[in-house]
Each structure stands twice: as structure tokens, then as C-alpha cells.
Design a protein around this ligand. Structure first.
Ligand code: IPD
Length: 271
């Protein structure tokens, strides 16, 4: 079997993510505190974020020597650059760190494998509940053995839409203005606090759609593949790929109306 085949990469991702989630769970039970702050005083890092990412990097080095790794806490500095045709792993050790800090059971380990810039395998595992979403490019999206299909909603006015906010106060203010203008035109908004899980919830229709400005690669790599494989369109504004400016994940019938509304509201603008 090709060592970089999506199914092989997914098997490794699942093995590593399960061990990582177990460590995050154990460390939460033992007690958690803020180890540092990053972009703002509310953008926290716990000892668990660092320990879990270290564990993931060490496991990948052992199982897949030569692959590159990009992580939220240690960046790309832990391994060498990705070789042409090589595999790069993208890891968010704990997506939903603020939920983790407060003991809200809604945070996840997110791990994706990218080949030549395309995410081909990904797993998102809820640290608290053990729910696990997986996907491979072309192989569908799955949760605990069940194939996932996104919402069939066609009316934006009936759509339950998840979103999130960045840590920068100026960005949050802009995002809040966008939400204030959007909410009269949809069923309601949900802000759960973990982007990777938002994308997985959209993949199984537990929300109809999701959008957010400011996501990093580790927030969305695995979740976006799960969402795409469940039938959602995942993209940015004006035909751009999903990225830091905006990620929109919506079923085909909702994508254009949501996209156009977000474009009118300058959802990718602001700081
Ligand atoms: C954050 C969460 C949150 C989203 C933020 C992310 P972190 O990731 O995914 O839901 O709104 O944009 O930065 O900091 O918990 O890994």
C-alpha cells in the first residue's frame, strides 16, 4: 500500500489523535491553568495544549519519520520543511481551549494530513465525549461508523448558522456587527467555541451552515475535509478558497445566499 494513501494516513491520524485526546482528558481531570497568553490576554495556552502537541509531534516522528508537521503551539519548527510530494501534518492539540479551561465539554484534538497542499485525511475527536469525526478525500465523512450527510435545508431564513469570534477586540467588534446584521435573516446563531467541531456539526446537519473570519490552518484543516466530504461547499468569498479571510461551509442551496449576505456585510473585512 502507498504509504501516503489517504486511508493509511487516516489510520495513523486516528491512532495519534486518540492518544492525544486521552492525554488532554487526563490533564483536564488533574486540573488546568493558563500557561501563557498569545495574541491577546484572552487568547490562552494551557500546559495541556503544549503537552498534547508535543505528544502528537513525537508520535508522528516515530510513525512517519520525514514528514513535516505544522502545529498551533510550536509552528513548523519541530520538523523540516515539507518535501515535494511529501506529507505535512496539521495539528490543533486542543481546539476550543477556552472551553477546555472552563470545563465545558466541547473541545477537540484536530489532526489532518496534507499532500501537495491538499488535505487528504483528517480526524477531529471531542476530548470530553469521545465523539470522533473522520474523512478522507473522496472517501466520505464519518462519525463513529456512520456516513455523514449535511443538511438539506434550502431556505437561509430557516438555517441554523454557527460562527466564532477571534481574540482581537477590534476583530470581535467587527464580527459582532456582522452577526447583528445577519441574525434577522436566519433561524438563529450558535457560538460553540471550537471551529473544528463547528465544521463537524455542519457535516452531520446539527447546524445547517458555518462561517468564520480569522481561522488558522490548524483550526479548519481536518474539519473542512469532514464538511466537504459530507456535501458542504467550503470556500471563501468571491471564489477564493477558504482561508484566514473567511471560511464559509454551507450546503449547495444555502451557499450563495449566505455568501452574498456575508459579502454585503463585509464579513472578511475589519481588522
Ligand atoms: C479557536 C476556536 C474558536 C474560534 C477561534 C479559534 P483555539 O481556536 O476554534 O471557536 O472562534 O477563531 O481561534 O484558540 O481554541 O484553538
Amino acid at each position: 500500500m502507498d504509504r501516503s494513501a489517504p486511508a493509511e494516513l487516516l489510520d495513523i491520524a486516528v491512532e495519534v489523535a486518540r492518544d492525544a485526546a486521552a492525554t488532554a482528558y487526563r490533564m483536564r481531570v488533574e486540573g488546568v491553568s493558563v500557561a501563557a497568553t498569545k495574541s491577546t490576554v484572552t487568547d490562552v495556552v494551557t500546559a495541556a495544549d503544549r503537552a498534547v502537541e508535543r505528544q502528537v509531534v513525537d508520535a508522528l516522528r516515530r510513525l512517519r519519520p520525514g514528514d513535516a508537521v505544522l502545529g498551533e503551539e510550536y509552528g513548523a519548527g519541530e520538523t523540516g520543511p515539507v518535501a515535494p510530494g511529501g506529507v505535512r501534518w496539521i495539528v490543533d492539540p486542543i481546539d476550543g481551549t477556552v472551553n477546555y479551561l472552563y470545563g465545558i465539554p466541547h473541545c477537540a484534538v484536530s489532526l489532518a494530513a496534507e499532500v501537495d497542499g491538499e488535505v487528504v485525511a483528517g480526524v477531529v475527536r471531542n476530548v470530553s465525549t469521545g465523539e470522533e469525526w473522520t474523512a478522507t478525500a473522496g472517501g466520505g465523512a464519518w462519525r463513529d461508523g456512520e456516513r455523514l450527510r449535511c443538511s438539506t435545508e434550502t431556505d437561509l431564513g430557516q438555517a441554523l448558522v454557527a460562527t466564532g469570534f477571534g481574540y482581537d477586540p477590534g476583530r470581535r467588534a467587527h464580527q459582532a456587527r456582522v452577526v447583528a446584521e445577519l441574525i434577522p435573516h436566519i433561524r438563529d446563531i450558535r457560538r460553540f467555541g471550537a471551529a473544528a467541531l463547528d465544521l463537524c456539526l455542519a457535516a452531520e446537519g446539527r447546524v445547517d451552515a458555518y462561517y468564520e473570519k480569522g481561522l488558522a490552518a490548524w483550526d479548519q484543516a481536518a474539519g473542512a475535509l469532514v464538511a466537504t466530504e459530507a456535501g458542504l461547499l467550503v470556500a471563501g468569498l468571491g471564489g477564493l478558497p477558504a482561508g484566514p479571510d473567511l471560511v464559509i461551509a454551507a450546503p449547495a442551496a444555502l451557499f450563495k445566499p449566505l455568501h452574498d449576505r456575508l459579502a454585503d456585510l463585509d464579513a472578511s473585512g475589519g481588522p
